[in-house]
Design a protein around this ligand. Structure first.
Ligand SMILES: Cc1ncc(C[n+]2csc(CCOP(=O)(O)OP(=O)(O)O)c2C)c(N)n1
Ligand SMILES: [Mg+2]
Length: 431
């Protein structure tokens, strides 16, 4: 796999350390180096969002054309017909679960706010779908589809938002701050943006010390990627060749700040060049592109070749959370991205383009998702709130209350050798 090629200067005619994975640029005599980023997209939007100030008033306008035709779905190199349909089902479940959560919120049943990933379901679901059981996931709060694809049920998410006793945190947290370190290998979202990156790099490091190279996938937004800890986490993973798979979800807004006012690089995937790791761009509304890039990055991680940064371009189709009506977003931008809706386009691809689902099969699949959601919602609504006296339980680890076992085996001193930088693929082995 060749994501980034780097034309070395004459000085580096001898293969660079780790050159196989950094790029295979032909050594050139000139003073200029060139770098390339693999871009899977079938459409490259040509507009920007500009701030207009009039007195105290601030608003945003789109500059450029929003008239381009909607791109087709890119054919996947890896997914089977059945896997396409599975991803489509996760996306539907993701969207409809969030619609149900919005209704529960409006009925006053939710404690706290609700965060939506509307328009980003392909990115959440198809990325997590590329993980294997032994891999790890560190979702952000918007990646509720990743949680579903990783094996959580809609009732878990719903009970969590309603702070029910049966929720993953037993009512100790509203919204989606939960994971599962035992069975599903999921680290809970961390709201301090960027902090998940070194944590997931650490997970990959821990696995390697126990004799296994795994993929450790996490996400960061266009806003959150500016934090210092993002740099530290990616750099650490890069230097140690850790199997971090980082999705940079460029959904054009960080709260009410447009991406065009947050960074000067053209594409956030370009950041990868400076870390010395592969950078990839995908259309985040195309599940096939998301899956293929995730699959390649996970395979690379499992071979012990190090991290990959994948920029997924899309649009946050709601405000930051339910309280934010996103009034600051220019209306034509919503219309543009609505035409690129990830579910409608994937449905059209499966039903009309590939003809892998008949209309009846599609209707049945949608009805099955609706039925599952109805059951889960009823279960979650009917389930009890926690008993007040349970509030302090499970907060502190009481002596011997649970055992923390290594996941893949006992750490061995011999595995340290594989941590030496510049030894991609050095398969650690238990001695
Ligand atoms: C380190 C840190 N700074 C600020 C915040 C407050 N905050 C919460 S969401 C948000 C916007 C994040 O935007 P982005 O990273 O683009 O993610 P998106 O909401 O678009 O998915 C901010 C600034 C935070 N959670 N963590
Ligand atoms: Mg954003």
């Amino acid at each position: 796999m060749q994501h980034m090629s780097k034309k070395n200067s004459a000085k580096s005619a001898k293969p660079a350390r780790n050159s196989k994975h950094r790029g295979q640029g032909t050594p050139s005599a000139g003073p200029l180096r060139t770098y390339t980023i693999r871009d899977y997209r079938l459409e490259k939007p040509s507009f920007a969002i500009r701030q207009i100030r009039k007195g105290d008033e601030v608003r945003y306008e789109v500059e450029g054309s929003l008239d381009s035709p909607v791109p087709p779905i890119r054919e996947s190199k890896y997914l089977t017909q059945q896997q396409h349909i599975e991803i489509y089902r996760w996306m539907l479940l993701n969207r409809k679960m969030e619609q149900a959560l919005e209704n529960l919120y409006k009925q006053g049943k939710v404690v706290g706010g609700v965060y939506f990933g509307l328009g980003q379901e392909a990115c959440s679901c198809a990325s997590a779908f590329a993980l294997r059981k032994e891999d790890w996931l560190g979702p952000l709060i918007r990646n509720q589809g990743s949680l579903l694809a990783r094996g959580f049920a809609p009732r878990d998410v719903m009970m969590q938002y309603m702070a029910k006793a049966g929720s993953p945190t037993k009512g100790r947290d509203a919204s989606s701050h939960f994971g599962d370190l035992q069975e599903r290998n999921v680290v809970a979202p961390i709201s301090t943006l960027g902090d998940l990156i070194p944590v997931l790099a650490g997970v990959a490091l821990g696995a390697r010390l126990q004799g296994r190279n795994i993929a450790a996938m996490t996400y960061i937004g266009d806003g959150g990627q500016s934090t210092g800890v993002t740099y530290e986490g990616i750099n650490f993973a890069a230097v140690q060749n850790l199997g971090l798979v980082l999705f940079v979800e460029n959904n054009l807004w960080g709260y009410s700040t447009p991406a065009d006012m947050q960074f000067r690089v053209q594409d956030l995937a370009e950041r990868a060049i400076a870390y010395g790791i592969p950078g990839v761009i995908v259309d985040g509304t195309d599940a096939c592109q998301v899956y293929d890039a995730a699959h390649q990055a996970c395979e690379r991680a499992r071979r012990g070749e190090g991290p990959t940064l994948i920029e997924a371009k899309m649009m946050r189709m709601k405000g930051n959370a339910i309280h934010d009506a996103a009034e600051y977003v220019p209306k034509p931008l919503f219309e543009y991205w609505k035409k690129r809706d990830c579910i409608a386009r994937f449905e059209n691809y499966l039903v009309k383009v590939r003809k892998w689902l008949t209309l009846q099969e599609n209707d049945k699949l949608i009805a099955d998702v609706d039925r599952q959601l109805e059951e889960d919602r009823d279960y979650a609504v009917a389930s009890p709130m926690p008993e007040p006296e349970s509030a302090a339980g499970g907060v502190y680890c009481e002596n011997g209350c649970h055992e923390i076992k290594p996941k893949y085996g006992m750490p061995r001193a011999g595995n340290r050798a594989s941590l030496r930088p510049g030894r991609p693929g050095a398969a650690p082995h238990l001695t």
